[in-house]
Design a protein around this ligand. Structure first.
Ligand code: 9MG
Length: 358
């Protein structure tokens, strides 16, 4: 993907509107923006203000002022515009997506829910505990996982999608396959969650467009079997940003509006610890896509690389610490295993945001 002419990275963030601060998709405000050039070098700091686009133009001093000003306005507007609701859920508060893996080999819950009845009961308990969305998946995407046949994936997920949707819960279907997207949509799924950002199946762009559902575009380098072998980037945050720019264009050309797209940097998917940490520090960069942002850090192995060995179910403290880092940067959706605990952490964090103190 070609580089953008510049990147704006929101800094000095608060969860409450302060005088002069710029909104970032409605859940965070920035008091300043770092201006990065096309290779990620810092070129200056712009205070948030009245006419950000003009201030940007002055800093960039481009040869073609008119074209550059138009581009600056697009970037500033994309950063700040409130995001449209997805699946009937307004994004003016952080939303929790609970993970319902219907797999025998999930890394995080060890296949506890490899039974439709159990998966539905656990999903409903998550909804009761505060999940706004339930993410149903029938194929593990953990590092090293092998694909499952499509018939088996359908057999696993469809009764669970239908069972949960019939109870009025917003269900997302976690799949890389167009057939599973289509069948799950027919069974009541309200969102598509694709770790391949609609590149994993030649039909998925058109099927997703046809479904009319919102789509989560996750970034992954490589394939689950081998993605952790030796991931490399020129500049991980910019490479992921540019990947989204390309996928959003492809989606728009296929008839999926930007407002229906959610971007997700794919923590742990073809990334070293250094890549994951850099992305977690730069999450606010992705507001300039104009899309809502989803973050999935729950129980992931990067926590053990920082803190030492622990089983997935013992990683709640690290998961919450990383999730709050995302919320601080205005991430709108969190994909988690521990719903009640995450809801409590979010509630407390938003009520004690120090920036509102006099
Ligand atoms: C399916 N799946 C596993 N981890 C994920 C993550 O971080 N994000 C999204 N969107 N899906 C994920």
């Amino acid at each position: 993907m070609p580089r953008q002419p510049f990147y704006l990275i929101p800094r000095a963030l608060s969860a409450t509107e302060l005088e002069g601060a710029s909104p970032l998709g409605a859940l965070a405000w920035a008091q300043a923006f770092e201006l990065w050039d096309e290779v990620g070098r810092r070129r200056g700091i712009l205070p948030a203000g009245e006419d950000m686009a003009r201030a940007l133009l002055t800093s960039l001093a481009p040869p073609d002022e008119a074209a550059a000003l138009a581009h600056c306005r697009v970037v500033v507007d994309r950063n700040s515009a409130p995001r449209p609701a997805i699946a009937g859920l307004s994004l003016d508060k952080p939303r929790i997506m609970g993970v319902v893996n219907v797999t025998p080999d999930s890394f995080s819950d060890g296949g506890d829910r490899f039974d439709a009845g159990r998966a539905i009961a656990d999903g409903l308990a998550m909804a009761e505990a505060g999940a706004d969305i339930l993410d149903v998946g029938g194929e593990s995407t953990r590092p090293g996982a092998d694909p499952v046949p499509v018939e088996e994936e359908l057999r696993r997920v469809l009764p669970v999608v239908k069972g949960l949707a019939d109870h009025g819960v917003a269900v997302s279907i976690d799949t890389r396959r167009a057939l599973v997207m289509a069948e799950a949509a027919a069974a009541g799924a309200a969102i598509i969650n694709d770790v391949t950002a609609l590149t994993g199946d030649a039909e998925s762009l058109s099927v997703a467009a046809e479904s009319g559902l919102p789509v989560i575009l996750m970034h992954m380098q490589g394939q689950p079997q081998t993605m952790q072998a030796d991931p490399r980037y020129d500049h991980v945050s910019l490479d992921v940003f540019d990947y989204f720019a390309g996928r959003i264009t492809a989606c728009e050309e296929a008839g999926i509006a930007r407002g229906k797209l959610v971007v997700d940097p794919g923590i742990g998917f073809g990334k070293t610890l250094a890549h994951n940490l850099r992305l977690l520090g730069d999450l606010a960069l992705f507001h300039a896509t104009g899309c809502a942002i989803l973050l999935g850090v729950s129980r992931k192995s990067f926590i053990t690389k920082i803190d030492g060995p622990s089983a997935p179910k013992e990683r709640l403290p690290g998961s919450l610490a990383a999730a709050l880092q995302g919320i601080r940067q205005g991430v709108q959706l969190l994909r988690v295993h521990d719903v009640g605990e995450t809801r409590q952490a979010l509630n407390v964090w938003r009520n004690v945001d120090v920036s509102v103190l006099p």
